[in-house]
Design a binder for this molecule. Structure first.
Ligand code: AP5
Length: 219
C-alpha cells in the first residue's frame, strides 16, 4: 500500500447525510465506501455471531463495542480495492477507534487524508431520519418528503423500501445523545491533526453536495 490523499472520512451525527453524499463521492473518485453501519446491518441480517453480538446495541441506538468494529474495519482496509483510497462512513466514532485507525494506517505507511465533518442541527436530523426509507435491493436511500421514492414502499429499481428499526424517534434521540457524548470529541482530535474540514450540512442535498465537492476538490 502507498500513501494516498484519497483516505477520507465522513464524520457527522446520525442523519447528517453521510450516506447520501458518500454515494456520489465514491463514484467520482473510484474508491470504495466503507460504512460500518451497513456492514453491521448485513451481519445482523445474515445472523452471523458478529451480527447477533451487534443487534442489541444497534436497536437501542448505542455504539457497538470498539474492539468489534475496529477488527471489522481493519480487515476491510486490507482488501485490494482500498489500495487507492477509501471513504469511511460512520467510522471512527470514538477516540479509541480513531487511534486504532491511525495505528492500522501507519502500519501500511498511510494516514488519514481528510475528514469531512457534516454539521446539521438536531431537530433537522430528527425530521430527516424519521422520513428515511432504504431499498432492501440496491441500498438507495430515500426520504418521504425531501427525496420521495416512486411509491412509499417501492424503490425506482423495483426493490422494497423499509424504515430502519433505529429510525424511531426515541431511538433517534438516543443516537444523537451518543453522538454528542462519544463521537463529537473526534472533531478536536482531527482538528489537531490538521485534516478536519467542517461543512454546513443543512439545506437541500444538492447544496450540500456543492459544498462537499468544493472542500474535497480543494484538498
Ligand atoms: P450508521 O448506519 O452509521 O448510522 P448513523 O451514523 O446513525 O448515520 P445514518 O446512516 O443514520 O445517517 P447518514 O448521515 O448516513 O444520513 P443519510 O445520508 O442516510 O450506524 C447505525 C448503528 O450501527 C449505530 O447506531 C451503532 O449501533 C452501529 N455502528 C455503526 N458504526 C459504528 C461504529 N463505528 N462504532 C460503533 N457502533 C457503530 O440521510 C438521512 C436521511 O436524510 C435520508 O432519508 C436522506 O434522504 C435525507 N437527507 C440527506 N441529506 C439531506 C438534505 N441535505 N436535506 C434533506 N434530506 C436529506
Amino acid at each position: 500500500m502507498t500513501t494516498t490523499a484519497h483516505d477520507l472520512i465522513f464524520l457527522g451525527p446520525p442523519g447528517a447525510g453521510k450516506g447520501t453524499q458518500a454515494r456520489w463521492i465514491v463514484e467520482a473518485l473510484g474508491i470504495p465506501q466503507i460504512s460500518t453501519g451497513d456492514m453491521l446491518r448485513a451481519a445482523r441480517k445474515a445472523g452471523t455471531p458478529l451480527g447477533r453480538q451487534a443487534d442489541a446495541y444497534m436497536s437501542a441506538g448505542k455504539l457497538v463495542p470498539d474492539e468489534v468494529v475496529v477488527g471489522l474495519v481493519a480487515e476491510r482496509l486490507r482488501e485490494a480495492d482500498c489500495a487507492g483510497g477509501f471513504l469511511l462512513d460512520g467510522f471512527p466514532r470514538t477516540i479509541p477507534q480513531a487511534e486504532a485507525l491511525d495505528a492500522e494506517l501507519a502500519r501500511h505507511g498511510r494516514k488519514v487524508g481528510m475528514v469531512v465533518a457534516l454539521e446539521v442541527e438536531d431537530e433537522a436530523l430528527v425530521r430527516r431520519l424519521s422520513g428515511r426509507r432504504t431499498c432492501t435491493a440496491c441500498n438507495r436511500i430515500w426520504h418521504l418528503e425531501f427525496d420521495p421514492p416512486p411509491a412509499a414502499d417501492r424503490c425506482a429499481c423495483g426493490g422494497t423500501l423499509l424504515q430502519r428499526d433505529d429510525d424511531k424517534e426515541a431511538t433517534i434521540r438516543n443516537r444523537l445523545r451518543v453522538y454528542h457524548e462519544q463521537t463529537a470529541p473526534l472533531l478536536a482530535y482531527y482538528e489537531r491533526q490538521g485534516v478536519l474540514r467542517r461543512v454546513d450540512g443543512s439545506g437541500a442535498a444538492d447544496e450540500v453536495r456543492r459544498r462537499v465537492a468544493e472542500v474535497v476538490r480543494g484538498r
